[in-house]
Design a protein around this ligand. Structure first.
Ligand code: ATP
Length: 194
């Protein structure tokens, strides 16, 4: 099976995530995309973050209608700082016959060489870089794995930061997140204070 792995804080999941993941799934012919919310992102260690339980619940609600999308709570269950290489190792042991593809937005890809064990990540998964408004594509860089796939996806200028700011200001987030996610945010009074 060809498995896409899409990590992030998903605080909250939004239509940018969902649209680009669905495009990549179709273009690369993935059998499934696994959304993996981080416990603590190595790049956001000091940032205030919504609880893992809320982020997980929003993600589950947000992907529910797509039979190709699944959520893995592996990083949250593992606890501590979430390193992609550890996740790929564990997934590779669980599903030794599967082929892994790592979905990364162009903004994250810019810092890829600072990740833990980038060389091993490149061996365990094929990297798929998705363009994101405001961020350049990946320049030819000898430190990157050779077989990086650049997947052209629609440019969706939505970020979780913008959604949190809008909720805090009392502005609408309709059409930026799935209705189930908007209802969850409202019901649990998330993001009212930043
Ligand atoms: P924040 O604004 O809180 O930093 P975010 O919107 O960037 O959050 P993350 O959960 O940090 O969302 O992103 C997870 C992954 O999804 C990252 O690889 C990021 O590059 C990618 N991503 C998020 N939004 C988009 C988008 N609109 N287009 C393409 N890739 C995206």
């Amino acid at each position: 099976m060809k498995l896409g792995v899409f990590g992030g804080t998903f605080d909250p999941v939004h239509h940018g995530h969902l649209i680009v993941a669905e495009y990549v799934r179709e273009r690369v012919g993935l059998d499934r995309v696994l959304f993996v919310p981080t416990m603590i992102s190595p790049h956001k260690v000091d940032a205030a973050m919504t609880s893992p339980a809320h982020r997980l619940a929003m993600l589950r609600a947000g992907v529910k209608s797509n039979p190709f999308f699944q959520v893995s709570d592996m990083e949250i269950e593992r606890g501590g700082v979430s390193y992609t290489v550890d996740t790929l190792r564990a997934m590779g042991e669980e599903n030794a016959r599967d082929e892994f593809f790592l979905l990364i937005g162009a903004d994250n890809m810019a810092e890829f060489r600072t990740w833990k064990d980038p060389g091993e990540i490149g061996k365990r998964a094929t990297l798929i870089v998705m363009n994101r408004p405001g961020f350049a594509g990946v320049a030819a860089d000898p430190s990157l794995p050779k077989d990086v796939i650049q997947c052209a996806v629609p440019s969706i200028d939505i970020s979780a930061t913008e959604i949190r700011r809008r909720v805090q200001k009392g502005l609408t987030i309709s059409y930026l997140v799935p209705p189930s996610v908007a209802r969850y945010i409202d019901r649990h009074r998330l993001y009212r204070e930043l």
